[in-house]
Design a protein around this ligand. Sequence first.
Ligand code: ZN
Length: 156
Amino acid sequence: MEKDEDGGLTRTVPVFLRHYLKVANPAHRVALSQVLLSGHKYAVETGRRGKSYRARVDRTCRLCNQVVETPEHVWLECDVAGQLVQLRRDMVGDVGALCTPNELDWMTEADGDIVETMKRLVALRSAVSRVAQEQWRRKTGSEASEAPTAVRFTLG
Ligand SMILES: [Zn+2]
């Protein structure tokens, strides 16, 4: 409820909880939220302020030094490091196994656009826990020794 023009609490305002906030593993949920809210350590963000400031075009990938280091570049495009490529293969395989046929079709429609693919990865309700785990793995350098925990649907 919010106040109306007369100060009364009569106005109903819908509030929606983002589905990625339902990822059960708190560390995975925080890791994904940091990417979505630009609280990550990829160069596109770390070069935005303070002593580390660099023009956006100069915030290049620390691995390939070819393009701006964004989450979508590191997750989906950069192929310099074999470990990154393997992480990507593992994630794509796991996400593909978790998705519904309709979600797989929808992912295919991104047609190689890495920004659109990243947005769609996060939007996948069936696989968002695996996507969140992926960011946690990349952030911590951890192996995926445990399966991503299920999404809790206790709200909304
Ligand atoms: Zn790169």
